[in-house]
Design a protein around this ligand. Sequence first.
Ligand code: DLZ
Length: 153
Amino acid sequence: MESFDHIPKIEKTKTKKLKIGIVVSKWNKQITNNLLKETIKTLTKYGVKESNISKTEVPGSFELIFASKKIGQKKNIDIVIAIGCIIKGETPHFEYISNSVATGIKDLNLLLQKPVIFGVLTTKNIKQAINRSSGKTNKGQEFAISALEMAKI
Ligand code: DLZ
């Protein structure tokens, strides 16, 4: 079982004013919705106000790049979290989309003056995707904590 075992010290007074823009893909919606819920739950657990979290939906993971750029360019956003799920299939799409999204999000981290968290699952199959988006292994927790840790830099 994978675990996120390096939870940093997060002071609620510092997270209270953070404005977080979440961009979420509707492709594999059941999975991305669970990731989204866990991300928001963890952000609010550590003091982020729910009213300071915005949500933007896009059709698929490929569109996370453009939308994250637009959201990240807004003055009232401190951090962007891009959430998606790409499941390996019979087609070569998996490699094309995964590589493009990872490179696109990496580029935004260099371009924008704020962090863009890579909250994209790239899994072999649906079973693996379900595992990484439910219960204690829900990666939404990791996305939220990574965002809060990056906010300190
Ligand atoms: C086309 C496509 C495929 C085959 N698989 C996925 C996937 O597993 N996860 C995902 O988020 N999106 C997928 N897409 C859609 C692309 O991301 C994109 O929305 C379309 O190619 C339109 O640009």
